[in-house]
Design a binder for this molecule. Structure first.
Ligand SMILES: [Fe+2]
Ligand SMILES: [Fe+2]
Length: 271
């Protein structure tokens, strides 16, 4: 018998809460039907202490979903021994980021996480895939719109080949909740893809990072218009969304509930 609810708890984020270590990264605990699934793992330091604070034994987490390969989502994998890791092909490939000051940073999955990944049973998600009744992983998200996805990401430190982070995936519930990691693919592309593949699902809630920290005013406005027309009623935003973007969306979408949860906060969604 499959539960019809899924509990989503923010475990790792830049914001702090009593007992929770802040860290630049993202990890969410998903609990449904007796299963504990980790959606991303943070950068590495905060996962175990924050699991302890949340009262979750790490060994009870049997499945890990990696939204994409960046270190701030995969670093905590080194502290786990999951039976199964869900990720899209290419998650192990190098990723580099160039900052506004011209400095280049290696943001790939850390070696220790790569070695845990190699020892795990990896399920590569290449297409929209139902991982349990009512829960889908999108697999790689095609860029269907002309949405400006931002970012200055490359495959090598010399910054020659642009990295669109093609392995990025999101999670969709049949009850209409979308969970994203960084949303490098863009929230418009992600929602368009879900509607194309699962048109019978009415998505009303988005939980996750939207990668809008350095978004232009134009992109923020276009995103707000799209979310309104799409019928999004609730945005639960954190990680790389950016405070400016949250404020802009709150202003542009007065009929949408927009909150910024702290680590330890749990919310329930329908499956
Ligand atoms: Fe991130
Ligand atoms: Fe990322």
């Amino acid at each position: 018998m499959v539960s019809e609810k899924i509990n989503v708890t923010l475990l790792v984020d830049e914001l702090s809460a009593p007992g929770f270590m802040p860290e630049f990264g993202l990890a969410l605990l998903l609990e449904t039907d007796g299963r504990k699934i980790l959606f991303d793992t943070g950068a590495g330091e905060a996962l175990l202490p924050n699991l302890r604070t949340a009262g979750i034994a790490p060994e009870t987490i049997s499945e890990v979903i990696l939204s994409h390969g960046h270190y701030d989502h995969t670093g905590g994998l080194a502290a786990l021994a999951p039976q199964c890791v869900w990720c899209a092909p290419g998650v192990e490939l190098p990723h580099f980021s160039r900052h506004a000051d011209g400095s280049v940073h290696d943001i790939s999955m850390p070696e220790k996480s790569l070695s845990v990944l190699k020892k795990s049973k990896i399920t590569y998600v290449e297409n929209f895939t139902e991982i349990m009744p009512g829960l889908w992983l999108t697999g790689p998200i095609p860029r269907l719109s002309d949405e400006d996805c931002g970012g200055d990401f490359y495959r090598e430190k010399e910054c020659i080949s642009v990295d669109i982070i093609p392995e990025e995936q999101a999670l969709l519930t049949a009850g209409g909740t979308l969970i994203s990691g960084c949303c490098h693919a863009g929230i418009i592309n992600t929602l368009e893809f879900c509607r194309k593949v699962r048109p019978e699902i009415t998505i009303h809630t988005v939980i996750g990072g939207l990668h809008l920290r350095r978004a232009s005013e134009k992109r923020l406005q276009e995103t707000a218009v799209f979310l309104r027309n799409y019928g999004i009623k609730h945005l639960s935003l954190f990680h790389c969304t950016g405070a400016n973007a949250v404020t802009a969306l709150q202003k542009a979408l007065p009929d949408c509930r927009i909150d910024t949860p702290l680590p330890g906060e749990k919310q329930q969604s329908e499956i």
